[in-house]
Design a protein around this ligand. Sequence first.
Ligand SMILES: Nc1nc2c(c(=O)[nH]1)N[C@H]1C(S)=C(S)[C@@H](COP(=O)(O)OP(=O)(O)OC[C@H]3O[C@@H](n4cnc5c(=O)[nH]c(N)nc54)[C@H](O)[C@@H]3O)O[C@H]1N2
Ligand SMILES: Nc1nc2c(c(=O)[nH]1)N[C@H]1C(S)=C(S)[C@@H](COP(=O)(O)OP(=O)(O)OC[C@H]3O[C@@H](n4cnc5c(=O)[nH]c(N)nc54)[C@H](O)[C@@H]3O)O[C@H]1N2
Ligand SMILES: [Mo]
Length: 772
Amino acid sequence: MTQKFKPYRGASGGWGSAYSVGNILLRERTPFVGAHALLKQNRPIEGFACVSCAWAKPHPSKPLAFCENGAKATAWETTSLRCTPEFFARHRLSELRNWSDYDLEQQGRLTHPLRWDADSDRYLPVTWEEAIAEIAAELKALEHPDEAVFYASGRASLEASYLWQLLARMYGTNNLPDSSNMCHESTSVALPESIGVPVGTVTLNDFAHADGLMIFGHNTSSNSPRLLHELEAARERGAPILTFNPLRERGLERFTDPQSPTQMLTGSSIVISTHYHQVAIGGDVAAIAGICKALLALDDAAIEAGTARVLDSAFIAQHTQGFDAFEQEIRGYAWETLERRSGLTRGAMEAAATVYASRERVIAIYGMGLTQHRHGVLNVQMLVNLLLARGNIGKEGAGICPVRGHSNVQGQRTVGITEKVEMVPVDTLREQFGFEVPPKDGVSTVDACEGIIAGRIKAFVSLGGNFVRAAPDTGQLEPAWSKLRLTVQIVTKLNRSTLVHGQKAYILPCLGRTEIDTQASGEQQHTTEDSTACIRAWRGVAKPAGELLRSEPAIIAALAKALLPANPRIDWDAWVADYGLIRDAIATTYPDIFHDFNVRMLEPGGFHKPLGASQRQWETPSGKAQFIVPGTLAVNDDVEQSPERREVLNLMTIRSNDQFNTTVYGDNDRFRGIYGTRSVILLHRNDMARLSLDEGDQVQVSTAVDDGIHRSVGPLRVTPYDIPEGCCAGYYPECNALVPLWHHEEKAKVPAAKSIPVTLRRVIAVTGNGNP
Ligand SMILES: Nc1nc2c(c(=O)[nH]1)N[C@H]1C(S)=C(S)[C@@H](COP(=O)(O)OP(=O)(O)OC[C@H]3O[C@@H](n4cnc5c(=O)[nH]c(N)nc54)[C@H](O)[C@@H]3O)O[C@H]1N2
Ligand SMILES: Nc1nc2c(c(=O)[nH]1)N[C@H]1C(S)=C(S)[C@@H](COP(=O)(O)OP(=O)(O)OC[C@H]3O[C@@H](n4cnc5c(=O)[nH]c(N)nc54)[C@H](O)[C@@H]3O)O[C@H]1N2
Ligand SMILES: [Mo]
């Protein structure tokens, strides 16, 4: 496809979205069942939960309960394309390693268990029995269970996730890193300190009652498009929406609802953000501090005028701690500093405070733009501070809303996938299954990478995902990864993590969530938890992509039987035969959340996990909600940007509208007006002028840190863009090689993929009009 760069002036959603869905159905040669499956998408009990994002599904469901990207994800899974042993007979892995992510996954669904054959450098078919026995033997041969890692991407059901953590812990390790470690772990660390819960406090009901919304660092139109319906409804009620994002994301500006015949036929659209603030990358702490400072000034004025207070002083007195220190710190910041750090004017921050102060029920939504920073935890806590100042937590229509990524990533934490022992009900598990949870914390994603690079970790078993591609510092990780003794990928499609493999390597192909899962007791249901802590049952509707595919619970149980000594309290076969028994076990481990699980999962609309904060019960050490004093306004204090380092830009890695994480559906990023290529770097025109770069120049991008490692990606096309000066953007996962492993959130260890200091070097200059 030819490359094209042209601002997108349309709304998000609308016909562009309908065409895009049509295209992928054609390209994946989606059979009728696949297209038909869309009608069952997000229909609880009779249908399946979307395999794309974790946004909540309304009850009752809408006639077409899917969005553009959900439809793409379904088409991707229900494709009629197959990646069979014949494919591997034609291609050696050394060849496949040069293929793009797109081309690899475009081969379709994997159909056979496979084992890498060193002599021919190919994957050859192997029986399930052999594969499982050999993997178990390798794991048993390790000197210590901590030499193995059990990674989980966030898609597996609650049932599969529960079995996964049990398998790892009974084997002897808490090495259970997951995709959250690269994603919302900043949330999981920030919120318990602030409000005593690890997840968001709002439900769809709150969205229906909010009279104001704020959106920080979330690209809603591409990544959780169904959330646009809640935003649209809020706008129709007259609620203002304040957006803070370095980029003017199109779907946060205008949206045409594909479900609205009037909007579709008339081409009309609705304005989503009433106020759009292009904060600098990493400028959120300063921006929120500025809004809080303006809020304090409004409150001072109200006290003087004898009018209603702007701060919710009763709430602050009764429910919170630490306000005085917080207030003092905020008053102490100079506007000039806040402006420089945030990239916003004082007027903009004051205007935001005025709008915020005028609303009674406000929800704050956020995504990776807050979490993937050195101070990602502080980013989140500042947003909570802002909500607490006006009592916007624990009342209907208000609260904090981290938008989770993978469709069950929140749920897998709920049932024990975590490397942190303090999160595990050790006593209950001992009583239930008669085993001791290993006392030592396991590894996070970053720790796992360090362990692999240092040679401490010898085996890596993945329940989904594409670790090698999703993790930071690709240039360090890949060579180390191929020295692992064992790599096992339980996946649906070929990806880079299957090709850069260990000395013994297996691919175990599994059923996807859209597919009918038949076990000894009949067709099985499974459950997930969404971003609003709502737990529900689902079932697949499509015919499995191959006869040999096994479900994730069946694969995990087979591994457990081969790896672990027999345990009279666990009948793995019975669990696989009837997932209802796994749910009974989950209910025993976590009775407060999952009592009567098999019944409640079928309730219309599912059931919600109890969350103290949404009832104003604060499960923090002080028993109160905590104001957190920022202490710093810096983006990267280890790689601080000084005026002399003006050649250094701050790079964020972003997703296009045509990808799901490392799965690249195509080369177009429609809403950003970029077509036919992902090899671009988006720059402000002033930075281009200062660095003497022209549109269309090709540059090599290097990480500007001094740790003795050269990290570079390119060539990327210089593309002028509406982005704050000093900031630039490139695509994930292509730019992951630029993220130093140590450049992560300080407490949560989430790679700081949104603020990488980089320099650019021109390698090919354009001549004339913008064409190389
Ligand atoms: N179609 C599709 N859906 C997805 C995914 C996908 O890849 N494709 N991925 C899923 C997953 S796992 C996740 S975690 C979510 C990710 O969804 P998002 O949380 O939206 O993550 P990103 O796409 O990385 O976009 C981050 C946004 O933050 C902005 N941003 C970057 N830096 C800053 C900053 O310093 N401050 C502020 N205020 N904004 C900033 C960027 O401009 C961008 O709009 O989506 C999920 N859903
Ligand atoms: N630079 C940079 N790096 C990032 C990010 C960023 O914004 N910037 N984002 C981070 C985030 S938020 C996340 S969540 C991670 C994502 O990291 P991962 O979750 O590891 O990666 P995915 O790309 O989602 O995994 C895709 C693979 O999952 C497999 N798969 C798909 N469906 C199923 C299924 O039903 N079962 C099984 N077993 N396998 C399946 C397919 O084989 C597919 O190739 O990446 C992180 N890395
Ligand atoms: Mo994510």
